[in-house]
Design a protein around this ligand. Structure first.
Ligand code: SF4
Length: 331
């Protein structure tokens, strides 16, 4: 068993997980529609049961949005998820075609025992079956066989809600992999998780999870992914990749966040700010409702902007599409 960061470990790491670990996998949320209602479902209220597409945090209206996001993070692969992606089969096929043109690895999560439908998923490299609430895992065995015959890597990916012997038997019988995830708390599932488990921070307690995960180690191709691993390794590394693709004036922290000066004002005032910055030879990025520029901005220029009635702030934010602000200080 190889141990990696934050309590995660494996005897076998599927290619999709290797890319996730490097922070180089784009998460493509194909649809929020799903016919199940698992008590631990982490899908946010903004997405669940809605037919929306997201590439990481970016809402998708066309293939170009996905391509833009792929470029932003120098992605090496795509994880197709939902909701239930296979309820939108043609959409999945369209993205698979695009991914193959770009030579990207693709893995897909599904709660459906897709069987012969898998033949329509040309270009899919890896498939992970999730039996909702771990019920009836035997329904997926034939699909694992079909997927492997089609040349895909295949296995189960399940949350650590309890031990289910049949899952281990199926993967061992079919040379398939087993990924077990620590249960994570989200705004949509926390009440139901807290009723059943001891919740610490944003995940189900380590010792409770370990008790279940230990038993799954009987799977020959085994991988356990802790909630903290997703934070300290996967997410952080993705942020760093994205941060490095921003203009050089942004300061990049060790956590992959960006520090800059944000300038706010109405449209007319922002136009004045653009003029002042351009005339001073300062680099900046214009967004719809603000401007971002270097945190090293000269005192004289700061004062000139303020005297025009503009608001200046030092901001630390994610380098993601939604530009989530972590800290903000008026200057
Ligand atoms: S199958 Fe997945 S998306 Fe659907 S309810 Fe269960 S956890 Fe949520």
């Amino acid at each position: 068993m190889r141990r990696i960061e934050a309590g995660s470990r494996y005897t076998y790491l599927p290619e999709g997980c290797k890319l996730c670990r490097r922070g180089s996998k784009l998460v493509l949320f194909i649809t929020g529609i799903c016919n199940n209602s698992c008590f631990y479902c982490p899908v946010s209220r903004e997405k669940i049961r809605k037919d929306v597409v997201f590439a990481n945090e970016r809402p998708v209206k066309s293939l170009d949005d996905v391509i833009e996001e792929l470029k932003m993070m120098d992605a090496e692969g795509i994880a197709i998820t939902g909701g239930e992606p296979l309820l939108k089969l043609e959409r999945v096929r369209e993205y698979l075609k695009m991914a193959k043109k770009l030579d990207l690895h693709v893995h897909l999560y599904t709660s459906l025992p897709a069987g012969e439908k898998l033949k329509k998923l040309n270009g899919l490299d890896e498939i992970r079956f999730h039996p909702p609430e771990l019920k009836n895992p035997e329904k997926y065995e034939e699909s694992i066989r079909v997927a492997k015959k089609l040349g895909m890597d295949a296995g189960f990916e399940i949350p650590a809600i309890r031990y289910e012997e049949k899952i281990v038997e199926i993967v061992n019988r079919n040379d398939a992999f087993l990924n077990v995830n620590q249960l994570e708390v989200s705004e949509s599932n926390w009440e139901k998780l807290a009723e059943r488990y001891r919740v610490v921070d944003y995940y189900v307690d380590d010792s409770e999870t370990e008790r279940i995960v230990k038993k799954y180690e009987k799977a020959e191709k085994f991988h356990y992914c802790s909630a903290r691993f997703k934070d300290v390794a996967q997410f952080r590394r993705r942020l760093i990749r994205m941060a490095m693709n921003h203009p050089e004036f942004y300061e990049v922290t060790r956590d992959g966040t960006l520090v800059c000066i944000r300038i706010e004002g109405n449209e007319e005032k922002l136009k004045t700010a653009e003029k002042i910055l351009s005339e001073s030879g300062e680099e900046f990025v214009r967004f719809e409702n603000c401007i971002e520029t270097t945190p090293e901005l000269d005192e004289e220029i700061r004062e000139a902007l303020k005297s025009e009635g503009l608001r200046l702030m030092i901001v630390e934010r994610y380098p993601t599409y939604n530009r989530l602000v972590l800290e903000l200080m008026e200057i």
